[in-house]
Write a protein that binds this ligand. Structure first.
Ligand code: ANZ
Ligand code: ZN
Length: 869
């Protein structure tokens, strides 16, 4: 008898499948399509368990759908541009292209060891000219549509190394990763994509995505951040200029007691009085060095100073002071706000701190009615009961002139209408979403295909000249101007339009651009004539199931949706949304030993006694917790090690079994072994059957008379088929599907009809149902039974509803609510029959005897309870 040896069979079948091309994408358009996609990885060097989990989930779905008769597209590629490659070049002198290529080779080998059914003929890598040629072409589509433009914007500037830093290169204290210098903000002219033009569609179309987690849709909606309100204009005293504010509460306009400008607001210069000039300039300079996060942190006191200037509230005619403060952001709304301390929490705090007036203009509905009878609608304040906190609820207007008495919801419309009539304001919808800054002053990215001409301005590189290739000979030191900006020979080119000497754009594109369209390329991955054949991409898209990490819930998914809509509007695509269904898999967590006092993590191998772990350095008792696997926590498990020890099939089975796909998963060696033992049991079960059985080739005939035992086994088989099929739809319960496989295997092990054709059916069903989960062992055992075609080309099984119905059920018999015995009865019995069976049973005779039956309670399918006296 042979032993289960995963190492040899897995390698052998991977090779055979590759030779036979079983995973290639069929072109057979008579079948329905299914596009299964995992988020493609960054080629960091090696796979981690998060990858394994992600790709296993998608692979199971791809394999099942193939067996269910779909033509399946299941591709893989590499998100291969980005900073780590450049850092490797700076640190170790290896060229980014080389470093990336080596990592891809390594990770591709690891992926192949997992038995993932990818169509490798469609592999893409975003750093290859054959791919980024089309990234550049898409950039030019945006440019031609007026969706790519240049604007001054702040970058992180390292004053010592004289270089721009990515956000990742700035630590939490605002210092450079390399030089340690305090990072400054510097204005540069940079490229933006006008995603704000699509804000409304990106928000509304979330409704077209019932197959996405609610949580992700909410995160996207919050990111887009739609606010409905108004622009209102406040004239500046002794000036022709006006300050426009954006407010969501025009109903509170009579309660405005001051105006605040963002420190960067250009009107700061106009409103500041000579006496305040020095103080204002110092304050502006100080705020300029702070990040947006620092400025808007909830817990921090708001800082601001008066400019000396005044504005007029057009509704009341009152003069109010103009301030500048850190909490007002220049980029949002108009960069100016009207301060209403009585009704806004932040303004209330600020007014209290700075001694500004507080005027209540909204009162709770009940309070107003009561008061207006005795005191003629005078404000709460006037009555000498000042607010102790901001009143932010809706209510009724007070202290608001002719608007008094209006409910605040109606007042919003009335006040905006009044402002529009008198041309000092208008209704306005505002989004928090800002245009996408896509310029990077880095080498390892797709060059922006623009040439700057002194007379023509920014000119698109003609299509025929694409790709604008990255020059290979480049000096990367992490210091000085951005790498491409130093290459005179590369920069200087004639203008494509007029021929005068011009200069190439030296910024490269944000790598999020590369990943915003890769899923459109797979349907036509090798096309060198066009970005993709629209017929092919429209045929395969949208992706039926997208699987990836929650860390991409906002940007990657939003940008991909944006690209899809723009390319649709350019006539290239005929659908609105790229990803029909989305699954965000949970984290893989490892066992971690943590010193609760010092917060340090300890390596398991350095702990003397794992049952009573203590810190070898300090002697503190260690805490055992599960946390996301990471190097710094010494809790990682390398996929290669697990595959080496147990095989890929066990690794896959464990990951699917241990937790539902969206939940976090705790890595547990004992459970890995449990799955390994299960596969060994399957191995023995099937090989024993194969060796013993002349019946292995037989097929049962369900219409023929089956014995009771055979019927029971057949029911187990079809229960497993129904349950597993169901688990692979809707919510995807891979964990319960694996449990069902175990149940079926147990039923077969225990079956007393091992020579019956039903048993042979059961063995075959077990293998077919197992195939998507543990593809190698299923294939090997399948061939061991004499089959010559691949198990992965077999049809999925359909449950026979008739087989699911049990012939008999177990009826519980109770006397006065106490269980006294059981009885096998026909499953289709009526209530009356059940009572009769129970009355006539030995149990009833024994426990009731001569006693009088007062009442009988029958629960169909379950029990009969006798109430006796
Ligand atoms: C007056 C007011 C009264 C406001 C009140 C709120 C409550 P959302 O919902 O996020 O759009 N605001 C406007 N522009 C701002 C900026 N650039 N920086 C900081 N705050 C700004 O928030 C809109 C509200 O945030 C606006 O409505 C404004 O304060 C403030 F009882 O105006 B409100
Ligand atoms: Zn020109």
């Amino acid at each position: 008898e042979s032993r289960y040896n995963p190492a040899s069979i897995e390698q052998q079948w991977q090779q055979t499948w590759a030779e036979q091309g079983v995973d290639l994408t069929p072109e057979d358009s008579s079948k329905p399509k299914y596009y299964a996609l995992s988020m493609f990885p960054y080629p960091s060097g090696s796979l981690h368990m998060g990858h394994v989990r992600n790709y296993t989930i998608t692979d199971v779905l791809a394999r099942v759908r193939r067996m269910q008769g779909y033509r399946v597209l299941h591709p893989m590629g590499w998100d291969a541009f980005g900073l780590p490659a450049e850092n490797a070049a700076i640190d170790r002198g290896i060229h980014p292209a080389k470093w990336t290529e080596q990592n891809i080779a390594q990770m591709r080998t690891e992926l192949k060891r997992l038995g993932l059914s990818y169509d490798w003929n469609r592999e893409v890598a975003t750093c290859l000219p054959a791919y980024y040629k089309w990234t550049q072409w898409i950039f030019l589509q945006f440019f031609q549509a007026g969706l790519a433009y240049q604007k001054e914007s702040a970058v992180n500037w390292d004053p010592i190394d004289q270089t721009v830093l990515a956000n990742e290169q700035v630590d939490n204290d605002g210092k450079s990763w390399r030089s340690g210098a305090k990072v400054e903000r510097k204005l540069l002219r940079q490229w933006f994509f006008k995603i704000t033009d699509y804000a409304e569609q990106l928000l509304n179309d979330l409704d077209k995505l019932p197959g996405w987690p609610e949580r992700v849709k909410l995160m996207q909606a919050n990111w887009i951040g739609k606010s409905t309100g108004a622009y209102l204009e406040f004239p500046i005293v002794a000036s022709d200029e006006k300050i426009a504010v954006f407010t969501t509460r025009p109903d509170t306009v009579h309660g405005v007691t001051y105006i605040v400008l963002a420190p960067e607001h250009p009107l700061t210069q106009v409103v500041t009085t000579p006496a305040r000039k020095a103080a204002v300039e110092a304050f502006v300079k100080e705020i300029a060095s702070q990040s947006e996060l620092e400025r808007t942190a909830e817990d921090k006191p708001k800082r601001g100073i008066p400019t000396g200037g005044k504005a007029i509230n057009p509704f009341t005619g009152d003069e109010i002071p103009i301030w500048i403060a850190d909490y007002v952001l220049y980029e949002y709304g108009t960069g100016a706000v009207m301060g209403v301390p009585a009704h806004d929490v932040r303004d209330f705090k600020f007014a209290k701190e700075q001694g500004l007036a507080i005027v209540q203009v909204i009162a709770p509905a009940g309070a107003v009615e009561g008061r207006s009878q005795e005191s003629e609608g005078r404000g709460v304040e006037a009555e000498g009961t000042p607010l102790t906190q901001a009143y932010t609820e809706p209510g009724v207007l007070i202290n608001s002139g002719t608007f008094d008495g209006l409910p605040s919801v109606e007042a919003k419309t009335a006040i905006v209408h009044h402002a529009e009539q008198n041309s000092f304001g208008k209704a306005r919808i505002q989004y928090r979403l800002r245009d996408w800054l896509i310029s990077r002053q880095r080498y390892w990215g797709a060059p922006i295909p623009i040439i700057h001409c002194p007379s023509c301005g920014a000119v698109a590189v003609p299509d025929a000249d694409l790709p604008v290739q990255l020059p290979e000979n480049i000096e990367l030191s992490g210091r000085g101007a951005s790498p491409l900006a130093k290459l005179e020979s590369w920069i200087n080119v004639p203008c494509p339009t007029c021929g005068t000497p011009a200069k190439r754009e030296t910024d490269t594109m944000d790598t999020f651009i590369d990943s915003s369209w890769y899923f459109l390329r797979y349907p036509d991955a090798t096309d060198d004539q066009q970005v993709f054949d629209p017929a092919k991409t429209n045929d395969w898209m949208p992706v039926d199931q997208y699987v990836g990490g929650i860390e991409h819930a906002i940007l990657h998914l939003l940008y991909s949706r944006f690209f899809t809509k723009v390319l649709r509007d350019r006539g290239l695509l005929n659908f609105d949304e790229p990803f029909q269904r989305l699954l965000t898999q949970g984290m893989v967590q490892g066992k971690t030993y943590k010193n609760p006092r010092t917060g340090k993590y300890v390596i398991a191998t350095e702990i003397a006694d794992l049952t009573n772990p203590t810190d070898p350095e300090t002697g503190d008792a260690l805490e055992l917790v599960y946390e996301k696997m990471s190097k710094s926590k010494y809790n990682g498990v390398a996929p290669g090690d697990v595959i080496g020890k147990y095989g890929a099939d066990t690794a896959r089975m464990f990951i699917l079994f241990k937790a539902p796909p969206e939940k976090d998963l705790e890595w547990d060696e004992a459970d890995v072994e449990g799955q390994f033992r299960f596969l060994n049991r399957v191995w023995r079960l099937v090989t024993e059957f194969g060796e013993r059985s002349a019946a292995s080739g037989q097929q049962s005939n369900p219409s023929s008379d089956l014995s009771k035992i055979e019927k029971e086994l057949r029911r187990s088989i079809h229960t497993a088929i129904a349950a597993i099929t169901d688990d692979l739809e809707g919510e995807y319960q891979f964990n319960t599907a694996v449990s069902e496989l175990m149940k079926l295997s147990n039923a077969l092990t225990e079956a007393a009809c091992k020579d019956s054709p039903v048993y042979a059916d059961g063995i075959r069903a077990l293998l077919i149902l197992l195939a998507p989960f543990a593809p190698h062992i299923a294939e090997d055992l399948w061939h061991g039974l004499g089959n010559t075609d691949s198990i992965h080309t077999q049809s999925w099984l359909t449950a026979d509803p008739a087989a699911l119905v049990a012939d008999e059920i177990t009826l519980v018999i109770q006397i006065l609510g106490k269980t006294r015995g059981m009885l096998q009865v026909p499953s289709q019995s009526s209530k009356e029959d059940l009572e009769r069976y129970a009355r006539e049973s030995d149990v009833a005779r024994k426990y009731i005897g001569e006693k009088e039956i007062k009442k009988v309670i029958v629960v169909p399918g379950k029990l009969v309870n006798f109430v006796v006296v």
